[in-house]
Design a protein around this ligand. Sequence first.
Ligand SMILES: Nc1nc2c(ncn2[C@@H]2O[C@H](COP(=O)(O)OP(=O)(O)OP(=O)(O)O)[C@@H](O)[C@H]2O)c(=O)[nH]1
Ligand SMILES: [Mg+2]
Ligand SMILES: [Zn+2]
Length: 320
Amino acid sequence: MNNDGTICRIESKDVYVIDDKHRREIRCSMRGKFKKEFNLKKDKLFQTDIAVVGDRVIFSHNADGTGVIHTIQKRGNYLSRKAPRIKGASYRGQRLEQIVASNIDNFFIISSFSQPNFNNKAIDRFLVTGESSHLNTVIVINKIDLDFDDELPPWSQLYEEIGYTVVNTSAKTKIGIDNLRLLIRGKTNLFWGHSGVGKSSLLNALYSNLDLAIGEISTATQKGKHTTVTVSMLEPEPGTFIIDTPGIREIDPYGIRKEDLSHYFLEFKEFIPLCKYNSCTHNHEPDCGVINAVESGKISEIRYDSYLRILETIEDDLYF
Ligand SMILES: Nc1nc2c(ncn2[C@@H]2O[C@H](COP(=O)(O)OP(=O)(O)OP(=O)(O)O)[C@@H](O)[C@H]2O)c(=O)[nH]1
Ligand SMILES: [Mg+2]
Ligand SMILES: [Zn+2]
């Protein structure tokens, strides 16, 4: 008999599925046809994953309590990034797309005020990733108990003025945790950010029934030690799903063209039609609406600087 479920975890060939009806986790394998299709498409394939956490599937039960996945439903949306370079899988300069998770209601960019240091450039990159994947994005700035000199408010304000929801939290003192819980309830939420910012700590603070492993911060580098190692979906209360992810090293969004980048900086949008050239990259061109807006203070220089840095890294890509 066929059953519906959602992929919650993948461990090499084992795909764990939460059964819609019984809310139980079932260890499944993928039907052979998936592998065949994967090999056939390999030349043209820009996606390294056939099945990802969040995918809705149809599966059947085996007599021994395991299951077999027959169908993966079309993804409503997904978060992807450039895959780490895989030898032999791509030609020179080409990077594959790696899908992290699918069917996401809220994309939470988790950052920390300190330990590791607040990094607005990284937030801006993550925002581009979220916007280009059409996700509903929320910014969380954790560890505000370490903001002894009240340096955080201008940063929260910068992003709030653009239109983002910003939640300031401390997993330690529990500030902001109730606010965060309200945004999460009843939705599928992805937690994304560098190692050590406190993704798993926040989840433990949000839901007392979770007991996720928490890592230390290296005293030498002020960075996390990659404590969470797999993407996994949790259901801390019925109907609320959270996908905890391992801290990322590489943060490049996938598949963005130079001329499209500015559309993912939401506050630039109204100024783009004022550019003299249609193909303006807002970098050096004369009569540029975006540059004029930066000069008159309507766009923050900090954000424009992030834009230029990301633009440079896109120019390194050869395959578009
Ligand atoms: N002072 C302070 N420390 C925190 C807070 N939240 C987390 N930490 C500490 O930060 C360290 C890393 O926390 P984790 O929850 O493991 O971070 P993570 O983002 O899940 O890291 P990875 O799993 O490696 O990606 C731990 O030592 C936590 O105790 C906070 O709000 N304030
Ligand atoms: Mg973690
Ligand atoms: Zn321009």
